[in-house]
Design a protein around this ligand. Structure first.
Ligand code: PLP
Length: 395
């Protein structure tokens, strides 16, 4: 018998995919340049030349089975050592190769982490709205319950009152991502200190570990604010990192999980991470790209275009009259819809070939997400469409 839940996941397109497909259709009708598709968070800057050069060199120099062969399940030892050294140097935080587990991007890292810390249908995993929509799939995969803390408006920082109410004896983990998808907000050091205190108190009250899963694919895309290193503020933190966005390598599927030794029951947790990866059939992260990123620690694509795009888009939309959340990082702008129903607003925007993702699936109704990882020229040319949409509501 076919698994209905899997059938549903595989056959029902996400809103983002629906918009993307609509964009493809319109591009065939009116030309690519006339469709303002802001739906998908696919980096538009090329990976640095060093990435291709490193991959080519590895292919030329590594003997054939080693270049494409399996690595150990947790990842190549030299690569893990190189990541550990980078963490120590960049964040002044102790890290060892034996605390790192290489993954198929952040999606796998978060899925594996959730699986590793949950075991019963009563187990609860908290997310702070608005949140990356796939978290509901990742938590569902573990058979655990997703608990959503309502957003803190208008700034979209951490809603401590909501979070405190949401934590129960069944809470096993909280997932955060900072800079956040879809708001671009970075949680401040003060917020993380307060979060650390709250989680520590709740661990004491309920007598068990509450793991903080810090999903960090956007850590390197920032506009002036520092992203504090989360394990410094709460010991029971699991870091999930990805090279998809910082190095523009989303299709190569490479990232890692870091279980610092300070984390509660760390050796057992690390083994459970390996077990969760094994149980989901990951075997190992892509072998060639493990070795590439091992040699390219600290390198990023030229991320400056995201700042140019953010400044341009934010200035332009505010001038027209839209209410926007100012992003500190990532490449998303969260904009207040011009009516309460963001789905209806997104539908109306399609009339002007503007593809904006309604915030509802992110747990942020009343807003739309604009992914500005697109060409600066396209953003500039989209002004007319945003003006027409605004005027359409003033009629
Ligand atoms: N986490 C967040 C917050 C994301 O936005 C994304 C992708 O957009 C992912 C995880 C998955 O990224 P990856 O390509 O590394 O699996």
């Amino acid at each position: 018998m076919i698994n209905e839940r899997m059938y549903e996941l595989g056959s029902k397109r996400s809103v983002i995919r629906e918009l993307f497909e609509f964009g493809r259709k319109r591009a065939a009708e009116i030309g690519e340049e006339n469709v303002f598709d802001f739906s998908i968070g696919n980096p538009n800057v090329p990976a640095p030349d060093e990435i291709n050069a490193t991959a080519e060199k590895l292919l030329d120099t590594l003997p054939s089975p080693a270049a494409h062969g399996y690595t150990s399940a947790q990842g190549d030892a030299d690569v893990r050592s190189s990541i550990a050294s980078y963490i120590e140097q960049a964040f002044s935080f102790p890290a060892r190769a034996s605390e790192l587990y290489l993954t198929v991007g952040a999606a796998a890292a978060v899925t594996i982490s959730v699986r590793a810390v949950t075991s019963s249908p009563d187990d609860e995993v908290i997310v702070l709205a608005p949140f990356f929509t796939e978290y509901s799939v990742f938590v569902g995969n573990a058979g655990a319950k997703l608990i959503v803390v309502p957003p803190k408006k208008p700034g979209f920082g951490i809603n401590f009152e909501g979070l405190e109410k949401a934590i129960t004896a069944n809470t096993r983990a909280l997932i955060i991502d900072s800079p956040n998808n879809p708001t671009g907000v970075i949680y401040t050091e003060d917020e993380l200190k307060r979060l650390g205190r709250l989680l520590t108190e709740k661990e004491k009250e309920f007598g068990g570990a509450i793991y903080l899963i810090s999903d960090e694919p956007y850590r390197d895309i920032t506009y002036g604010k520092v992203v504090p290193y989360v394990p410094k503020y709460y010991p029971d933190t699991i870091v999930c990192y990805s090279y998809s966005k910082s190095l523009s390598l989303p299709g190569e599927r490479i990232g890692y999980i870091f279980v610092p030794s300070q984390t509660y029951d760390a050796p057992k947790l690390y083994a459970a991470v390996a077990g969760a990866g094994r149980s989901m059939g990951y075997v190992c992260a892509p072998s060639l790209f493990q070795k590439v990123i091992g040699k390219c620690q600290g390198l990023t694509s030229d991320l400056s275009v995201y700042r140019t795009n953010r400044d341009l888009l934010l200035g332009m939309l505010r001038e027209i009259g839209y209410e926007c959340v100012e992003p500190d990082g990532a490449f998303y702008l969260f904009v207040k819809a011009l009516e309460d129903d963001a789905c209806a607003f997104s539908e109306r925007a399609k009339k002007f070939d503007l593809l904006l993702v309604p915030g509802d699936d992110f747990g942020g109704p009343g807003y739309v997400r604009i992914a500005y990882c697109t060409s600066t020229d396209k953003i500039r040319r989209s002004r007319g469409a945003f003006e027409k949409l605004f005027a359409d509501y003033r009629k």
